[in-house]
Design a protein around this ligand. Structure first.
Ligand SMILES: [Zn+2]
Length: 142
Protein backbone atom coordinates (compact mmCIF):
# COMPACT_ATOMS: atom_id res chain seq x y z
CA UNK A 1 0.00 0.00 0.00
CA UNK A 2 3.04 2.27 0.03
CA UNK A 3 2.25 3.53 -3.46
CA UNK A 4 -1.26 4.60 -2.53
CA UNK A 5 -0.95 8.26 -1.67
CA UNK A 6 -3.51 11.00 -1.40
CA UNK A 7 -6.27 8.78 -0.04
CA UNK A 8 -8.53 10.64 2.33
CA UNK A 9 -11.07 9.41 4.81
CA UNK A 10 -14.27 11.15 5.80
CA UNK A 11 -15.51 10.52 9.34
CA UNK A 12 -19.28 10.17 9.55
CA UNK A 13 -19.23 11.13 13.23
CA UNK A 14 -17.35 14.44 13.32
CA UNK A 15 -17.63 15.26 9.59
CA UNK A 16 -13.88 15.76 9.24
CA UNK A 17 -11.89 14.72 6.18
CA UNK A 18 -8.31 13.70 6.82
CA UNK A 19 -5.40 12.10 5.01
CA UNK A 20 -5.21 8.42 5.86
CA UNK A 21 -1.93 7.20 7.29
CA UNK A 22 -0.33 3.96 6.07
CA UNK A 23 -1.37 2.02 9.17
CA UNK A 24 -4.96 3.20 8.70
CA UNK A 25 -4.87 2.09 5.06
CA UNK A 26 -3.58 -1.27 6.20
CA UNK A 27 -6.43 -1.50 8.70
CA UNK A 28 -8.95 -0.81 5.93
CA UNK A 29 -7.26 -3.36 3.67
CA UNK A 30 -7.65 -6.12 6.24
CA UNK A 31 -11.07 -4.93 7.44
CA UNK A 32 -10.07 -3.93 10.96
CA UNK A 33 -11.74 -0.87 12.54
CA UNK A 34 -9.53 2.03 13.54
CA UNK A 35 -10.13 5.27 15.40
CA UNK A 36 -10.76 8.69 13.87
CA UNK A 37 -7.84 11.14 14.13
CA UNK A 38 -10.18 13.82 15.46
CA UNK A 39 -13.04 12.34 17.48
CA UNK A 40 -11.47 8.93 18.18
CA UNK A 41 -14.61 7.09 17.13
CA UNK A 42 -14.25 3.58 15.77
CA UNK A 43 -14.37 3.79 11.98
CA UNK A 44 -14.70 1.20 9.28
CA UNK A 45 -15.20 1.26 5.53
CA UNK A 46 -18.59 -0.38 5.01
CA UNK A 47 -19.40 0.70 1.45
CA UNK A 48 -18.75 -2.28 -0.83
CA UNK A 49 -18.28 -0.12 -3.91
CA UNK A 50 -15.57 1.95 -2.22
CA UNK A 51 -13.99 -1.16 -0.76
CA UNK A 52 -13.73 -2.60 -4.28
CA UNK A 53 -12.20 0.66 -5.57
CA UNK A 54 -9.81 0.63 -2.63
CA UNK A 55 -8.67 -2.92 -3.40
CA UNK A 56 -8.15 -1.97 -7.06
CA UNK A 57 -5.64 0.73 -6.04
CA UNK A 58 -2.76 -1.74 -6.07
CA UNK A 59 -3.32 -2.32 -9.78
CA UNK A 60 -3.43 1.42 -10.48
CA UNK A 61 -0.11 1.81 -8.66
CA UNK A 62 1.45 -0.54 -11.24
CA UNK A 63 0.41 1.66 -14.15
CA UNK A 64 3.23 4.18 -13.71
CA UNK A 65 6.20 1.75 -13.69
CA UNK A 66 4.76 -0.27 -16.58
CA UNK A 67 4.11 2.88 -18.60
CA UNK A 68 7.71 4.04 -18.05
CA UNK A 69 8.96 0.71 -19.42
CA UNK A 70 6.55 0.78 -22.35
CA UNK A 71 7.42 4.37 -23.26
CA UNK A 72 11.17 3.75 -23.11
CA UNK A 73 10.81 0.63 -25.24
CA UNK A 74 8.78 2.51 -27.86
CA UNK A 75 11.28 5.37 -27.99
CA UNK A 76 14.19 2.98 -28.46
CA UNK A 77 12.34 1.01 -31.17
CA UNK A 78 11.48 4.26 -33.01
CA UNK A 79 15.11 5.37 -32.83
CA UNK A 80 16.42 2.04 -34.11
CA UNK A 81 13.81 2.03 -36.89
CA UNK A 82 15.08 5.45 -37.98
CA UNK A 83 18.71 4.23 -38.00
CA UNK A 84 17.70 1.24 -40.10
CA UNK A 85 15.91 3.53 -42.52
CA UNK A 86 12.46 2.14 -41.77
CA UNK A 87 11.23 5.49 -40.53
CA UNK A 88 11.95 9.02 -41.72
CA UNK A 89 13.27 11.48 -39.17
CA UNK A 90 9.93 13.33 -39.10
CA UNK A 91 8.00 10.07 -38.57
CA UNK A 92 10.35 9.08 -35.76
CA UNK A 93 9.94 12.48 -34.15
CA UNK A 94 6.15 12.35 -34.40
CA UNK A 95 6.02 8.81 -33.02
CA UNK A 96 8.22 9.74 -30.05
CA UNK A 97 6.18 12.85 -29.35
CA UNK A 98 2.90 10.89 -29.45
CA UNK A 99 4.37 8.22 -27.16
CA UNK A 100 5.46 10.75 -24.56
CA UNK A 101 2.07 12.47 -24.75
CA UNK A 102 0.16 9.21 -24.26
CA UNK A 103 2.50 8.35 -21.39
CA UNK A 104 1.64 11.52 -19.49
CA UNK A 105 -2.09 11.19 -20.17
CA UNK A 106 -2.19 7.61 -18.87
CA UNK A 107 -0.10 8.38 -15.77
CA UNK A 108 -2.29 11.40 -15.05
CA UNK A 109 -5.44 9.32 -15.36
CA UNK A 110 -4.02 6.63 -13.05
CA UNK A 111 -3.14 9.29 -10.48
CA UNK A 112 -6.64 10.70 -10.75
CA UNK A 113 -8.11 7.25 -10.09
CA UNK A 114 -5.86 6.79 -7.06
CA UNK A 115 -7.06 9.96 -5.40
CA UNK A 116 -10.21 9.16 -3.48
CA UNK A 117 -12.10 10.00 -0.33
CA UNK A 118 -13.42 7.03 1.61
CA UNK A 119 -16.71 7.44 3.44
CA UNK A 120 -15.97 5.88 6.81
CA UNK A 121 -18.86 4.65 8.92
CA UNK A 122 -18.95 4.77 12.70
CA UNK A 123 -19.06 1.41 14.38
CA UNK A 124 -20.08 0.67 17.95
CA UNK A 125 -17.40 1.32 20.62
CA UNK A 126 -14.35 -0.80 20.02
CA UNK A 127 -13.85 -3.91 22.09
CA UNK A 128 -10.66 -3.98 24.14
CA UNK A 129 -8.90 -6.56 21.97
CA UNK A 130 -9.37 -4.39 18.90
CA UNK A 131 -8.05 -1.34 20.75
CA UNK A 132 -5.00 -3.41 21.58
CA UNK A 133 -4.62 -4.38 17.93
CA UNK A 134 -4.85 -0.71 16.88
CA UNK A 135 -2.17 0.17 19.42
CA UNK A 136 0.03 -2.61 18.04
CA UNK A 137 -0.50 -1.42 14.46
CA UNK A 138 0.42 2.11 15.52
CA UNK A 139 3.54 1.04 17.37
CA UNK A 140 4.74 -1.06 14.46
CA UNK A 141 4.55 2.04 12.23
CA UNK A 142 6.89 4.03 14.46
ZN1 LIG B 1 -14.26 11.62 13.61
Amino acid sequence: MAAAIGIKGHCAQCDMTFELKPWQLNAIAVDIPFDCTYCHCGLQLCCHKQLRQFRALDQWALVRPSMIMLTCATLVVALVAEWLGLLSMIAQFNLSLATVLIHFLVVRYARHRQRMTLELQVISPLPVEQLARIACARLSQQ
